[in-house]
Design a protein around this ligand. Structure first.
Ligand SMILES: [Zn+2]
Length: 327
């Protein structure tokens, strides 16, 4: 009745996902009869699919091994709890399996089929009392199965974070926001982190040669970064000032004032963090160096293009005036 799904059972599906077999209707487990699908453990198949998703997320392709910066469990948390909001397939499978149990009792055609199979199993005890079925989620009685409530009940949970709106604000640039998310979790492979695993690596900043290239130094306290921040802060209409800790940057991004809209703060900060990391990687991998003036111009142009591309939105229409005022 029950066994683990073998690799050969789900290989046609994996081949289709990898593009190794011609496109067409999904072919699942062609060697099995329909009824047997219900009793197979899908764990191995789901893990393989999640591995492909992880590779695509971190590498942009599914051929090379994923260099995960954030664990898949965290990635699958909702944004409000610090994740990316992707769905954990194992738990989603569990949720829908529970729906199957509900369907068993409400007699859909699929449930009839499952019922026939399960009825061939010897029950643990015989009782003359008529069965009745109720569906409870977290002690709450429901008239019928509710997938959303069940998912919320069985999924992994974490504490709600207070920085969600700093990273995932309305109108964010996806590439910049994703990078900001990884940076906020302090999961970038800075020299400081690499040196903790490999003691032969010299832990010095790739932008200014100062010791200890960690997140806060690289993006906030590095001489190179400080010059760029001063230019950006002035561009936003403030007297230049600097951030000395990551916490102070996040607090500034959550703060409202009359000088500059909060959305522009966030667009600019995301762009600075993203371009500083690009510059640092260009030093490391390509031995290519850019001046702060050049990076500032790139960021400035990028912010203008972002605002113009979103000018149809109410919030960004007002940003058109503010964003272009200081040029
Ligand atoms: Zn530095």
């Amino acid at each position: 009745m029950h066994r683990k799904l073998r690799i050969c059972d789900y290989r046609p599906l994996m081949d289709q996902l990898k593009g190794a077999s011609p496109p067409g209707p999904p072919v699942l487990f062609p060697s099995q009869g329909d009824a047997n699908y219900l009793t197979l453990s899908l764990l191995g198949c789901i893990k393989s699919i999640e591995s492909l998703c992880s590779r695509f997320l971190w590498n942009g392709n599914i051929t090379s091994k994923a260099a995960e910066k954030v664990s898949w469990n965290v990635v699958c948390l909702p944004r409000s709890e610090g994740g990316l909001g992707l769905r954990n397939l194992s738990i989603w499978n569990k949720t829908l399996s529970l729906k199957l149990v509900w369907l068993l009792h409400t007699r859909s055609p699929q449930a009839e089929q499952l019922h026939i199979i399960l009825c061939s199993v010897q029950p643990p005890s015989l009782s003359s009392v008529r069965d009745c079925y109720n569906w409870y989620v977290d002690d709450l009685y429901l008239d019928s199965f509710n997938t959303a409530r069940t998912w919320e009940s069985v999924r992994d949970r974490s504490s709600t974070v207070d920085w969600e709106s700093v990273v995932w604000f309305g109108g964010h640039v996806p590439r910049h926001a994703f990078h900001m998310w990884v940076t906020h979790l302090d999961s970038l492979p800075t020299i400081s982190r690499i040196a903790a695993w490999d003691h032969n690596v010299e832990n010095s900043c790739l932008l200014c040669n100062a010791p200890d290239e960690n997140r806060d130094h690289l993006f906030l306290r590095c001489r190179f970064s400080e010059r760029l921040w001063k230019m950006i802060i002035r561009r936003l209409g403030y007297q230049p000032f600097l951030f000395h800790t990551w916490t102070s940057l996040i607090e500034w991004l959550r703060m409202k004032d009359y000088t500059c809209p909060q959305t522009l703060h966030k667009l600019a900060a995301h762009a600075v963090i993203y371009h500083l990391w690009l510059e640092r990687n260009n030093h490391l991998h390509n031995a290519v160096f850019s001046s702060t003036d050049r990076i500032f111009k790139n960021i400035d142009r990028h912010i203008r293009n972002t605002i113009l591309a979103r000018r149809g939105r109410k919030k960004f229409h007002s940003l058109m005036c503010t964003g272009l005022r200081f040029s």
